[in-house]
Design a binder for this molecule. Structure first.
Ligand SMILES: Nc1ncnc2c1ncn2[C@@H]1O[C@H](COP(=O)(O)OP(=O)(O)O)[C@@H](O)[C@H]1O
Ligand SMILES: N[C@@H](CCOP(=O)(O)O)C(=O)O
Length: 316
């Protein structure tokens, strides 16, 4: 995370907060592994005498232009953790992150809001506290941690707090996402999961998540396909995401290093080697969409390294 220098008593002039999208789980790392992607939610915050919440652009037309907005509620969380009232401000919100697609739009809004609230208050919360407030609110740290720190993050949340390790992505690791044109709320996609798992499923999940984290940390791209196997969530969510089973089974035959449902879906993530052409993978993913009766976008993206960035526009 990058922060512009702070005046002594919080911010009195306009500042911006930019938080990235994220892809959580990466297969078996359910609720614990995620990476940051360069699509951004940006807040422009101007301290003034009263509060105004202004969502901008078509993508946010369904979000409220008042204090019930999730971004403003996130700002209040920072104030509550700091034990201080939130100073009033005009908050303009823009987002490139499509809502309810499994790309962490809610995590980007949450992190951006908490960081903006913290700035208005004079930064009483350190990075660990910002992460902890966000992880507790979201209920899992796998989107909010990469949204805050960038890169690839392995994180845990329990009653002792939120703990994490941030990894720089291995060389030559690129991401291709298939983003369908339909929404799937995270709460709906969590509701289909079983409450209990067998010991065999637990051992499968923890061994593959551990292998995946180790492979990502030492750059063993050859292990990704095997390590990304998962029976904790994808199999249950597959009926909600047409084409997912096909991609999990066959994407490696079309140039993917591994594939997973992105977060709770419906976006699907494939890893690719940035030294190879992804044309074959794109053709395959478009074919899956056509066969599944879907429309959507296929995009190659690098992994975002910066995480959340606070800046002061020159004119401020
Ligand atoms: N920039 C934003 N401003 C306000 N609310 C937002 C914003 N981004 C996301 N949200 C809220 O989060 C919801 C989507 O969250 P969720 O179902 O968890 O999906 P996602 O996978 O995109 O995080 C939206 O319907 C909206 O209520
Ligand atoms: N681990 C969570 C991740 C949800 O991510 P989102 O981007 O869909 O909000 C889950 O799988 O439910």
């Amino acid at each position: 995370m990058t922060q512009a220098p702070l005046p002594q008593v919080g911010r009195t002039a306009t500042f911006t907060v930019r938080a990235p999208a994220s892809s959580a789980n990466l297969g078996p790392g359910f609720d614990s592994l995620g990476l940051s992607l360069p699509l951004y939610t940006t807040l422009r915050v101007t301290p003034q005498a009263s509060t105004e919440v202004v969502p901008l652009g078509h993508g946010l037309s369904s979000t409220p232009a008042n204090e019930s907005n999730y971004v403003y509620q996130a700002m209040l969380l920072a104030a509550r953790r700091a034990g201080r009232p939130l100073p009033p401000a005009r908050i303009e919100i823009e987002s490139e992150v499509p809502l309810a697609r499994g790309l962490g739009s809610s995590a980007a809004a949450l992190i951006a809001g908490i960081v903006a609230g913290n700035e208005l208050l004079g930064r009483p919360l350190d990075h660990a506290a910002v992460l902890d407030v966000a992880a507790r609110e979201e209920g899992h740290p796998d989107n909010v941690a990469p949204a805050l720190f960038g890169g690839i993050v392995v994180a845990t949340l329990d009653k002792l707090g939120t703990h994490y390790v941030r990894l720089d992505p291995p060389a030559h690791l690129g991401v291709t996402v298939l983003v369908p044109d339909f929404e799937l709320s995270t709460s709906k996609a969590r509701a289909v999961l079983p409450r209990e798992y067998s010991r065999a499923d637990a051992v499968h999940a923890l061994s593959h998540a551990a292998l995946l984290a180790a492979a990502l940390s030492v750059g063993r791209l050859d292990l990704l396909r095997h390590a990304m196997q998962d029976y904790i969530h994808q199999v249950w969510r597959a009926p909600l995401v047409p084409g997912l089973s096909d991609i999990l089974e066959s994407a490696h035959e079309h140039g993917a290093l591994g594939a997973a449902l992105s977060g709770a879906g419906p976006t699907v993530l494939c890893f690719h080697d940035t030294r190879s052409d992804t044309g074959r993978l794109h053709t395959y993913l478009h074919g899956v969409m056509t066969r599944s009766g879907l429309t959507g976008q296929v995009m190659d993206l690098p992994i975002d390294l910066a995480g959340t960035v606070v800046a002061c526009p020159v004119e401020a």
